[in-house]
Design a protein around this ligand. Sequence first.
Ligand code: ZN
Length: 497
Amino acid sequence: MKNIFKRLLAVTLLIAVLLPAANIARAESGRVAGTGNLKVINAKDGLFISWDKVEGAVSYVVYKYDYANNLFTHEATPEVNYYQDYKTENGAYYIYRIAYVLEDGVRYPYETGVRFRCLKMPRVILNCTPNSIMVSWNKIPTATQYRVYRKAQGESSWLCVRVVRDMNTNYVMDYNVKNGGKYTYTVKAFCGNVPGSYNISGVSTDYWRAPTVTSKHSPSGVVLSWDKYSNKHTYIIDHRSAVSPSWKTVGEVYDKGTYTCSFDNIDFGVINYFRIRLKNTNLVSYSTSVYGIDPNKPMVALTYDDGPLTSVTNSIVSTLKKNGGRATFFVVGNRVGSYKSSLKNAFDAGCEIGNHTYGHYILTNYKQSTIKSQINQTNNAVKKITGKAPTLVRAPGGSINSTVKSSVEYPLIQWNVDTLDWKYRNANSVVSSVKNNVKDGSIILMHDLYKSTADATKTIVPWLKSQGYQMVTVTELMQIRGHDLNAGQVYYSGYKK
Ligand code: ZN
């Protein structure tokens, strides 16, 4: 008898190994009037069958019922009194029969079990996303409800974090997790009105909230910034672009929230993507992107005010796209609602959207509250359409005084090449104005209200490109040339310092 207990203990231990962190299913145990105490339970990857040891048995024979042919077929001949059947399908029914073999080589019938349904206990899979843990599991055919439980390291009780009643859903996103936390999840499947008829196992992982990365240009490269964790970590910086499409590690920093990617690792003329990984975790941030701009080549910021206007704005954007250029559109807030798609089109083409007040107010005529309201209304209107509020302001008429400077909480962008396109409404005069005055670092003033300006753009943009100019946004120009953009400060150009 001692031997039998030892064997049972071994089986129990084996089950414990097979089902970590899970309550063992309250199995639909298959037991008939036989003497073998035949038991079948759902294990992680199939069915686990066990029976009482028989004194003197040299081996056992496991038969499995073949429903197609209505007979029991030989399944295995284990020397131990248990067997794990991996060849089972979730939701299917199985019947096992056991015989034992004595030294005489004869198979003695032992016990036939009852019909048992295989309901696999799949692994719960955890994935860290930048701001949550995604808990997923294999669907259970008979389940009518899943309940997801969480236990943080050091806590003694399980907390139900979600009840899933849509049986097409087999995952939840748990946002209520802390940086650096270690969590275990258990998913219980409920069948009909029988709560906890069985549950499926949870696993543990370290969870780190991914940093949010931002990027900007600087005279020495692309500066990446992210929220550093209070715990010391190594951060790995990866880069890719259309030129080098797979992620490649470009740097690594320890316990820092910033990294400058030198121009050696930037691909010019295309969008460059960066992401941050936390070393020794599976955590990856969302990527951030910047245009690759060569600091050693000339660059210019084309700016268009007073729009949008569908025919003109779209024509300018299309010319820019054809030539790999981008511009800055200082829009009038009360117009953007009427020209949503033009605004979105410009934004999606990588152009910058700036603020030109809500009603084209000459700000020097107004008091602080009106100025602020003019700026805020426009920022809100733009953000509604592009998702990003402008960070630059151009004062209508370029009219700026001390009240304007102290009221506007954004940099004030003027220009140093004035094409007077609004005055002459003549494409040729705009083209010659640009050709005669443009320099490396120029900010050129035009207006996307006139067909003549759209036509002029069709000549200016390819010409600038042929002269080696990169057509960049105002923010890019200022950042890459090292002009810090400060609220209420006035800027005329992005010349080299
Ligand atoms: Zn204007």
